[in-house]
Design a protein around this ligand. Structure first.
Ligand code: ADP
Length: 251
């Protein structure tokens, strides 16, 4: 098993409020790692430290290290824009641009100066296929993305992320705004995508974590209480607090 992301003694502050305390974790390549825990325990904050999205929030501070492929992502040598290409992110609410399906997918590439129509067409086809959306939308690629259903929009947002050739993809509660069938399709998709990407998912659904993740981290009050193989977390947790949470005693 290969470590893709190594987190060392990570603390995170919003002003004087410490939202993450002394996080240490290895996140493995081509696995799905789930973050679970009650609302406000720091899951999203931690996710956003991994692609430096927290830097958009004023008056925040990081201590400690996050290494991706051995490189400290907070070092001065790292360009945060390039980092966010390598570490893509998909959000809770599908957020396609008010543009065509095609333009949504090629948006980032065009911004990076890719103009060749053949290359762009190829990327649109392959990414739509890899998110299992191609058959559903092949006749309306030049129609507005906003005409798609919520579940289709979310798969399009995943396609848009993949088009940038990331190697890590962060998902922040990607199915909480979706119906059960769309949720199932996204879960199946994540299981496919882990062959090519390292996946981290914040989820409020323990069932979802149990269904799709290989590793689970249980957060409480900004700390990682327990991190282990998902089947161990759900069948034989070491910590009483994890057990109380997964059996529904709080949260
Ligand atoms: P979770 O994802 O587990 O629900 P969050 O990471 O959103 O938790 O929040 C962790 C803590 O950080 C909470 O106390 C929350 O109020 C605080 N927090 C989150 N976002 C901000 C922000 N933009 N500014 C200030 N505090 C924040």
């Amino acid at each position: 098993m290969e470590t893709k992301i190594k987190v060392e003694n990570l603390n995170f502050y919003y002003g004087n409020n410490r939202a993450l305390s002394n996080i240490n974790m290895d996140i493995y390549k081509n696995k799905i790692t789930a973050f679970i825990g009650p609302s406000g325990c720091g899951k999203s904050t931690f996710l956003r430290t991994i692609n430096r999205m927290n830097e958009f929030i004023e008056n925040t501070r990081v201590e400690g290290k996050i290494l991706i492929d051995g490189e400290d992502i907070y070092s001065k040598k790292v360009d945060p824009v390039e980092l966010r290409r390598r570490v893509g992110m998909v959000f809770q609410r599908p957020n396609p641009f008010p543009k065509t399906i095609y333009e949504n997918i090629v948006y980032g590439l065009k911004k990076n100066g890719v103009k060749n129509k053949e290359i762009l067409n190829e990327v649109v086809d392959t990414t739509l296929k890899s998110v299992a959306l191609y058959e559903e939308v092949k006749d309306k690629i030049h129609k507005s993305a906003l005409e798609l259903s919520g579940g289709q929009q979310q798969r399009l947002c995943i396609a848009r992320t993949i088009a940038m050739q990331p190697d890590v993809i962060l998902f922040d509660e990607p199915t909480s705004a979706l119906d059960p069938i769309s949720t199932m399709k996204i879960e199946e998709l994540l299981l496919e995508l882990k062959n090519d990407y390292t996946i981290i998912i914040v989820t409020h659904s323990m069932q979802q974590a149990a269904r799709i993740s290989d590793y689970t981290a249980f957060f409480l009050n900004g700390e990682v209480i327990e991190f282990d193989e998902t089947n161990k977390i759900f069948s034989n947790p070491r910590d009483k607090r994890t057990e109380d949470y997964i059996t529904g005693r709080f949260g």
